[in-house]
Design a protein around this ligand. Structure first.
Ligand code: AMP
Length: 403
């Protein structure tokens, strides 16, 4: 079966078409700047004869964007399928499943209504995800559609970890609690870590560290998330590309009282002008590390704060888990920056974490071990693959559903 995985943003559609027989990607890419004067379409064919095309076109809305993707997938020269009916199912990344979704769901009108009910919890993401679902139902009326939620993996957190110490009626009335995100990634790398270690996931305690433009860290006990750094929204936790992560909750009130800023301004500032960008003006870790090397003080500080926050969470989750078998680094920074991994693991020998500096610096693709033979805690690098995980979950659900 062929499965199309779609991740719809407010002005973008990321897509990958998988062949589920061998879990390979046939084609994938992105439509960006939907609704703007000029949109960009990227289309890549994988396999024996790889090809890549990029074009700038006018794409007025998501439906036009997805139709354009379909026209590329079936194109005589560039296409990888003959007809869109070859797409057996579609997996959608949905950011917020709230308390209603603890696992992926086959999409029907009831599921769409439930995703809509969670819009107040993810006002920037869930509306776009619904647009993606609606247009792909129109374009692929015969394919089953599945929603895979970023929050679902964390539904196993105990109440003491997911509740905020706020008046209880706020939880009951508004569902204000911690949900956690990047669940698909944390789950994918946990499973891959168990295979790499040749152990059963149920016998392992892991700390999975997703460091991309967004960042989060999760304590995984026997394959289940028991705590994670992101909260009701993805703003809580680590220092991220443009998000602050943990701050004193009194700061927004202070700012609205003592500056011209409205609460909307403060919200935007915390999400888009904070984190690494707020500290040094840049959010691409490659540029920040290069500037820090040239002696730029604010870039140095940004790197220090980024690594220090991760280190603090590792300590906290070691205490929470009691015994930790492995740390798992993943996502853009976690996979590619030996320097950041080194700084995070620095001086953790006393708690059993010892990196092998040479292994850490080797430039090898794929899953690998980075710890020294003396390290009690194994340190792994596992490239994440959220799209493949969404395809696998979709496949499982539609197969069980007797498609
Ligand atoms: P992601 O959100 O997982 O795509 O990760 C994006 C982040 O990964 C950006 O901050 C990039 O700067 C960072 N990144 C990618 N490659 C490297 C690298 N070689 N060294 C440091 N950071 C990197």
């Amino acid at each position: 079966m062929k499965i199309l995985v779609i991740n719809t943003g407010s002005s973008s559609i990321k897509y990958q078409l998988f062949e589920m027989e061998d879990h390979t990607v046939l084609a994938g890419g992105m439509v960006e700047r939907i609704g703007e004067a000029s949109s960009k379409i990227t289309y890549k064919v994988y396999g024996e004869n790889p090809q890549k095309t990029e074009s700038n076109e006018v794409i007025t809305d998501h439906k036009t964007g997805l139709l354009r993707v379909v026209s590329l997938l079936v194109d005589e020269k560039l296409g990888v399928i003959k007809d869109k009916s070859e797409v057996g199912a579609i997996g959608h990344r949905v950011v917020h499943g709230g308390e209603e979704f603890v696992k992926p769901a086959v999409i029907d009108d009831t599921v769409i209504k439930a995703i809509e009910r969670n819009i107040p919890l993810a006002p920037l993401h869930n509306p776009s995800n619904i647009v993606g679902i609606t247009v792909s139902r129109e374009i692929f009326p015969n394919a089953k559609q599945v929603a895979v939620f970023d929050t679902a993996f964390h539904h196993t957190m105990p109440e003491k970890a997911y509740r905020y110490a706020l008046p209880s009626d706020l939880y009951e009335r508004y569902k204000i609690r911690r949900y956690g995100f990047h669940g698909t990634s944390h789950q994918f790398v946990s499973e891959a870590a168990a295979s790499l270690l040749n152990r059963k996931l149920k016998d392992l305690n892991l700390i999975t560290i997703h460091l991309g433009n967004g960042g989060s860290i999760t304590a995984v006990k026997s394959g289940a998330s028991i705590d994670t750094s992101m909260g009701m929204t993805p703003l809580e936790g680590l220092v991220m590309g443009t998000r602050s992560g943990d701050i004193d909750p009194a700061i927004p009130a202070f700012l609205t009282r003592n500056s011209e800023a409205t609460i909307e301004d403060v919200d935007r500032m915390l999400n888009t002008r904070s984190g690494l960008k707020g500290i040094c003006g840049k959010n691409d870790m490659r540029e920040i590390l290069a500037a820090a090397d040239r002696g730029d003080k604010t870039s140095k500080l940004a790197v220090e704060m980024f690594c220090y926050r991760v280190k603090k969470y590792i300590g906290a989750y070691m205490a929470v888990l009691g015994r930790v078998d492995s740390l798992v680094f993943t996502a853009g920074i976690g996979e590619h920056s030996a320097e950041i991994r080194e700084r995070i693991c620095e001086d953790l020998e006393q708690i059993g974490i010892i990196l092998d500096i040479d292994k850490n610096r080797e430039k090898i693709q794929g899953n690998r071990e980075l710890h020294s033979a003396r390290s009690q805690v194994k340190i792994l690098l596992i490239p994440t693959n959220e799209e493949l995980k969404i395809a696998l979950e979709t496949h499982l659900l539609v197969s069980n559903d007797n498609i």
